[in-house]
Ligand binder design. Structure first.
Ligand code: FAD
Length: 447
């Protein structure tokens, strides 16, 4: 059987973003996916909705409710911290498949049941409504989320965590969500305008005393009923069906790219859902993936550079989100003896979320960057807080500017002369030069 080009497995946010990016670049791409099998609601920030809009996902966006308040009861304090848009994930995933077809991406609706990979050839077996089907591709994008087989590669795992999701139905009402800490974990609750409510209890796998599966429904109902903050979500509502258990342990695959394959989204690394950043991080890795794939396919001399770019970025994102989660867990100090909180406030390490930057530690180095759909090597500014390097700020390459400023004495140079230097050497208008300088100063790049 002739190979199809690129096959993407999985039609969640990551698979969709990778498919659209590759199709826009004119790459031959087929996506194989089935919508998720269980109902779930998740919350995302405005920037995620904007990113999805930018991809041209029209149907999938219909699955989002308008932004609503996200309330928090954390460390005993009540806050109406921000807003989030609640998304019906089953509807979203179905919409993604329709959108992809609309955007001209070849889609096979079905479940991948087998995958055999040899160098340059990936053979798939797929269960579709019309029966079994085979497909061969020369490049594989693995985007099946947490369900993606690990292939035996090493993984970094956070503290083992499980989330129990219980669906309740009540009368129509207001949309909104709330997060709160409890002694053995945390709860997230969401209400949709049509009366659906999704209540999620996240606990520690090792220490949670969970009942047998058949008693989980009553257990979850009792846990939610025992909490004041859950009352608005339970009012006049009934639990429906059995709770769904979702693994929510943070996971980093140590092997995320090869010569003819790449992992994106949760298949590469999955974050703790407490941050509410899962879809955001899945998009982050998938939006850059097309440039990596195109480089691997068309510019083998830069294959190692492209692989380094993807692998380092995934690892960097993983630890960044892990530390954000750690710091959020550490803010909840009511249960110092609780195994749940104790294990999470120290993982993954004690390194600060943002490493302090002193001008002496800022250096210029060669590093991989995305340029016109390829990964190439350029001068970037590397700092303890930006170990992957900064190439462009507001469309301007900053390494040559920093080098020029340093050569002339950095901040020892009088302010007007610094601006004049950038204008003369790099053709900037004075206001733009002043903005770049202010930005560098805020980053502590210059003595
Ligand atoms: P997924 O969205 O998991 O997509 C994978 C796709 O592949 C699915 O459509 C699936 O059906 C398909 N698939 C799987 N196996 C096969 C197969 N064999 N054949 C064909 N198709 C297949 N993120 C947020 O931003 N906000 C939240 O509030 C939030 N809450 C969460 C709560 C919990 C308990 C958990 C576990 C996660 C939560 N997340 C949240 C994270 C979010 O769900 C993921 O990070 C995000 O969906 C990852 O996108 P993805 O495209 O990589 O994978």
């Amino acid at each position: 059987m002739a190979a199809e080009g690129i096959v993407i497995l999985g039609a969640g946010p990551a698979g969709a973003a990778a498919a659209i990016g590759l199709a826009r670049m004119g790459e031959p791409v087929v996506l194989v996916g089935e919508p998720r099998r269980f109902a779930a609601v998740e919350g995302v920030s405005a920037r995620v909705v904007e990113a999805l809009r930018g991809l041209g996902l029209q149907q999938a966006l219909q699955a989002f409710a308008p932004p609503s308040p996200r309330r928090a009861v954390w460390n005993g304090a009540y806050a109406e911290a921000n807003v989030e848009s609640l998304v019906d994930r089953q509807r979203f995933d179905r919409g993604v498949l329709d959108d992809l077809e609309h955007l001209g991406v070849a889609v096979v609706r079905g479940r991948v049941t087998a995958l055999r990979s040899t160098p340059g050839r990936h053979e798939l077996e797929i269960d579709t409504e019309a029966g079994p089907r085979s497909l061969v591709a020369d490049f594989l994008v693995e985007a099946r989320g947490r369900a993606a087989p690990g292939g035996g590669a090493a993984r970094v795992r956070g503290v083992e965590t499980v989330s129990l999701l219980q669906y309740w139905q009540g009368p129509a009402g207001e949309t909104g969500s709330a997060v709160l800490g409890v002694e053995d974990g945390w709860m997230w609750m969401a209400a949709l305008a049509d009366g659906r409510r999704y209540l999620q209890l996240t606990v520690d796998v090792a220490s949670a005393a969970l009942p047998p599966k058949r008693a989980l429904g009553d257990y979850c109902s009792a846990r939610f009923r025992a909490v004041d903050a859950a009352a608005p979500f339970l009012r006049d509502a009934e639990a429906v069906g059995e709770p769904q258990a979702r693994t929510s342990t943070a996971v980093l695959n140590e092997s995320v790219v090869g010569d003819d394959w790449i992992r994106v989204g949760d298949a590469a690394m999955a974050v703790d859902p407490l941050s509410g950043n899962g879809i955001f991080q899945a998009l982050s890795s998938a939006l850059q993936a097309p440039a990596v794939v195109a480089t691997l396919r068309h510019d083998p001399s830069r294959a190692a550079l492209a692989q380094q770019f993807h692998a380092r970025r995934i690892e960097h994102l993983f630890y960044r989100f892990a530390r954000i989660g750690r710091d959020f867990y550490a803010q909840e100090s009511r249960w110092p003896q609780s195994p749940f909180w104790g294990a999470r406030r120290g993982w993954p390490d004690a390194a600060p979320l943002h490493a302090p930057v002193a001008p002496e530690a800022v250096r210029i180095a060669r590093g991989p960057v995305v340029c016109e759909g390829r990964i190439i090597e350029e001068d970037v500014v590397v700092t303890p807080d930006q170990p992957l390097g900064v190439w462009h700020v507001d469309g301007l390459a900053v390494a040559p500017m920093l080098a020029a400023l340093r050569a002339e004495g950095g901040f020892a140079l009088e302010k007007g002369r610094r601006e004049a230097l950038l204008c003369a050497r790099f053709g900037l208008q004075p206001a733009r030069a002043a903005a770049v300088l202010a930005w560098m100063q805020a980053q502590n790049w210059l003595v």
